[in-house]
Ligand binder design. Structure first.
Ligand code: SIN
Length: 459
């Protein structure tokens, strides 16, 4: 008898569905189908691929509410955020439908007589993806859309906590007219799928969003068959509020960055560094706004903070919270957790925070906003950069020179200057250092799904 994956609603801890696990044999058959389908799919014109992507996006629009409800029920995020996620996902599909038509090559002036050099770009083959539970449809679309736009076939393993929305999304691709072997999913543990994908010599590229620890293992395993990889890994984003910031803008940006998906994004502000001149005003205003955030089941009206995904996620945040309080942090608001009915932690602001606290050293993935003050900007920059992560950083300043300086010295791939929500389909999203390899979104997100060939022609 085949095994099942039980899907739990983190707001109620109730079972909301089951999906059948694919065996190794099932997964290998799907890889074979993707490999076989690639032979015909790559012959479609860019305009035909674009047309299919646009049709898929239209189907998603028509089924937006149903998909968003699945996202909320299996992942916990408030329904308004889930609806926003479906739009965000679809923006990648439409963006890459347009870009499919602009996969240009070039000619290179030759140093020899009667010689012409032509550079062309081609699909790679079968692309495998492993996607996270925090954006089950958007992260999948961010990988599937450029892969397919470039003429590859695609096979994804959605997170085991949130397979239902991803499966629905892919069913709609088939309804839109894609052949069965072009876009497929497999349900398995991350470990099993990772092993099968990395070992397969039919899979030419592996793209992953998740933790740095798992990313390192996948990169190492993928090296055996020298796969092209894209890795979107962990973050530990600093947010700097300088003395010349517009404090209302800074508070708004902090809420947007820190409390999106209850703090469960790789780009969530994790550590807040605030200049001592504006510390009191910022802390008071932020605390007042955070008190207004309603916590509860994401299906209820007005809820802004849903549950954490599971018990491990809950325990990690509670451990950071308790550690900070035991080392002298002051709870400005929040601070309580409850996992009886679902995995809920109040949106929390901590002041009087020091470097030795876990929340300043580790990614939190929860609604915890720890504030530390600084007197000298270079001191804040040194702390901000003092991590192996380099995904996102935020800074608030009305001074152009200060903003440009911070852009230059902060070692992070995604920078939000007076902006707590920079993510979009048309930005190259990705991290420096141990936060990843490659970029997703924008034109930079398409190139890794193509191979370059050069033809040197003697005339
Ligand atoms: C992530 O958390 O991995 C991605 C968030 C985003 O796209 O903004």
């Amino acid at each position: 008898m085949s095994e099942e994956i039980i899907v739990i609603n983190p707001a109620t801890r109730e079972e909301i569905g089951k999906v059948q696990k694919d065996s190794q044999d099932d997964i290998e058959k799907k890889i074979d189908l993707a490999d076989e389908t690639f032979k015909s799919f790559k012959k479609l014109t860019a305009y035909e691929r674009a047309d299919l992507l646009f049709k898929w996006a239209d189907k998603i629009d028509k089924n937006k509410e149903e998909i968003a409800e699945l996202v909320t029920k299996e992942g916990g995020k408030p329904l308004t955020e889930a609806l926003g996620e479906v739009d965000y996902a679809n923006s990648y599909i439409r963006y890459y439908a347009e870009e499919a038509k602009r996969i240009y090559g070039r000619t290179v002036p030759s140093s020899k007589e009667n010689n012409r050099i032509v550079v062309t770009r081609h699909p790679i083959g079968v692309v495998a993806a492993i996607t996270p539970w925090n954006f089950p449809v958007a992260m999948m679309a961010r990988k599937a859309a450029p892969a397919v736009a470039a003429g590859n076939t695609f096979i994804v393993k959605p997170a085991s906590a949130t397979p239902l929305s991803a499966m629905k999304f892919i069913d709609l691709a088939l309804e839109a007219g894609f052949d069965k072997g072009v876009i497929q999913y497999v349900n398995a543990s991350g470990k099993d799928a990772g092993e099968i994908f990395t070992k397969s010599d039919k899979i030419m590229k592996l793209t992953f969003t998740g933790s740095t620890a798992v990313g390192k293992k996948l990169m190492s395993d993928a090296s055996v068959t020298v796969k092209n990889v894209t890795m979107e890994l962990g973050g530990h984003a600093p947010l700097i509020v300088h003395k010349d910031a517009d404090i209302d803008k800074a508070v708004e940006g902090t809420i947007a960055s820190k409390f999106r998906n209850s703090g469960q994004t790789c780009v969530c502000a994790n550590r807040l560094y605030v200049h001592e001149d504006v510390l009191e005003e910022y802390t008071e205003k932020l605390t007042a706004k955070v008190k207004e955030l309603k916590m509860g089941n994401g299906m209820e009206d007005g809820v802004k903070i849903g549950p954490l995904i599971d018990e491990d996620g809950y325990d990690k945040v509670m451990n950071q919270l308790e550690d900070a309080i035991s080392k002298g942090a002051k709870v400005e608001t929040g601070g309580q957790g409850n996992k009886e009915a679902g995995y809920f932690i109040e949106p929390t602001v901590l002041s009087n925070v020091s470097d030795d606290m876990l929340c300043m050293k580790e990614e939190t993935f929860g609604p915890l906003a720890p504030i530390q003050s600084y007197s000298n900007l270079d001191e804040a920059v040194a702390k901000a950069n003092g991590t192996e992560f380099g995904l996102a950083a935020y800074y608030f300043t009305e001074n152009y020179a200060t903003g440009v300086y911070l852009t230059d010295v902060l070692d992070f791939g995604v920078l939000g200057w007076n902006n707590g929500a920079p993510s979009a389909a048309n930005i190259p999203f990705g991290g420096l250092k141990e936060s990843g390899v490659g970029r997703e979104g924008a034109i930079e997100g398409l190139e890794p799904y193509t191979e370059t060939k050069v033809t040197s022609i003697n005339l």
